[in-house]
Design a protein around this ligand. Sequence first.
Ligand SMILES: [Zn+2]
Length: 388
Amino acid sequence: MKRYLWIFFVLTASACSLFSPDLEDQIETFEISTFYHSKFTIANGTSIVKITVSVLDENNQEIGTDQIKILHNGIEVAKGEKYFDFITSEPGTHEFQAEINGVFSNVLEVEARPHIQFETVELPLIFHVPESVVIPRTGRILREWVDRVNVYFNATYQNKHPNSYSPNIRFRLATTDQNGRELEVPGMNTYPSEFESEIKYQQWMWNYFWHPDYYINVWIGDLKREAGGYATYPELPFEANLEGLRSTRTTSPNKLQGILVETNFLRNAYISSNILQHELGHFLGLYHLHPCNVNDFAEDTFGYTDEPGLTCNDISLDSFNYMSYERDFNHHFTYSQVERMRYVIDHAKWIGQKRMRRNIPGVANDDFTSEVPRLVKPKNLAVPRIVD
Ligand SMILES: [Zn+2]
């Protein structure tokens, strides 16, 4: 009797495996990846890398959720889940792999960069505004623009993107003119409106160009719908050259350096901070993430096609980077972009650095009341390298 029972069990067991094959044999696709397809994070104990696992059978149906394990450097960190939020304070390469009954996915490498807290610095802006555009609340609008830009340049959005990093760069409206006199409206100078439509880095602008060692110049003008703004790239001394930027031996400014913003943004009191922060990114040495054949000299950004939302390796992925053109949704600079801007701030010429403040918390008033040296117009203005 016992013997018959044993045979019955054996028959039943083999019948089961015959009609429902083992899970591991059904796996057609087994992939571990990150939500943003970015392998970079910051080792700051707060940035979150969203790791996801996909297990599909031959019909592209999700399978095996119950049995799945996620391994971090070979150690199990999640079981029965296809998602894992990775947060670390350990710089270096972290390896992730998923496993189901002895079957392994690809290996995912996540690079955690050391958390460097950059000292906060603050640079002065002077807006050159056409006279006809100035109204009583122009000063307030400019202040709102700069306040908004300061939020973007001093925030991290780790919950939205693990590789988002704060530049810790602030901007302020200049409070004194080149003679050391207090400005009537902080951050504002005016120029005759007849020049408004001749604004694209032309010769006359030299007369409304404040010494770029002491101010960042922002001209407001009619850009004829070609772009919302333009910026010049920074230049560096030869001994501190940086890939992708010009080096120069010239010590005295020989070309216009600064940013252009379309007048309509000011006229309609539209928050142009999306434009302004993008152009300030260029002004501090950053490139676009598009088109695909452009090297932006930041190893942790994605290359994008000219079509918003499509990466150069055909992943459909919104950019969310200030240096792409999907401006309305953008929320971050990456770690490598921040490193680049900070290098430029420490080494570049003509970015308003002589009136830059360091460690600004606690400093309430602008104490730069002295005259600045007179800017001498060169015989021939050199042509600046610009980008929109
Ligand atoms: Zn641009």
